[in-house]
Structures are given as C-alpha cells and as structure tokens.
Write a protein that binds this ligand. Structure first.
Ligand SMILES: [Zn+2]
Length: 59
C-alpha cells in the first residue's frame, strides 16, 4: 500500500510527509509511527526523525 504517512517535523514546526515510515511498538505497548521528514530544510541535514503516537486500536 502506498499510504502517505505524515508527521510533525520538530525542526520545521510543520506537518510533513515521512519517508521510510514504519509502525513500531513502544515499551508501554502503545503504537507509534517512526519516519524521516525530508523537507527542504531538513533534507540537507539528513532528514529529521519524526515520531508520532498512534491511537490505540479500537476493539
Ligand atoms: Zn523539517
């Protein structure tokens, strides 16, 4: 699936598309999205790692 993942880039203070975004599980069991923001400001610096906490799955 080519779903566009977005996250808040702390360097730009804006929501950006994430590259290599993947879902991870935190130690406390919560799901989060981890990816890299490749915006024009951050890309020359190798991108900014962005975390986004995902809502818990509803049962
Ligand atoms: Zn950025």
């Amino acid at each position: 699936m080519a779903e566009v993942m977005k996250g808040f880039c702390v360097r730009c203070k804006q929501t950006r598309e994430l590259q290599d975004a993947k879902e991870i599980t935190l130690k406390n069991g919560r799901r989060a999205l981890k990816g890299k923001a490749m915006c024009e400001i951050c890309k020359p610096k190798g991108g900014t790692v962005v975390f986004r906490i995902l809502p818990a799955l509803k049962k």
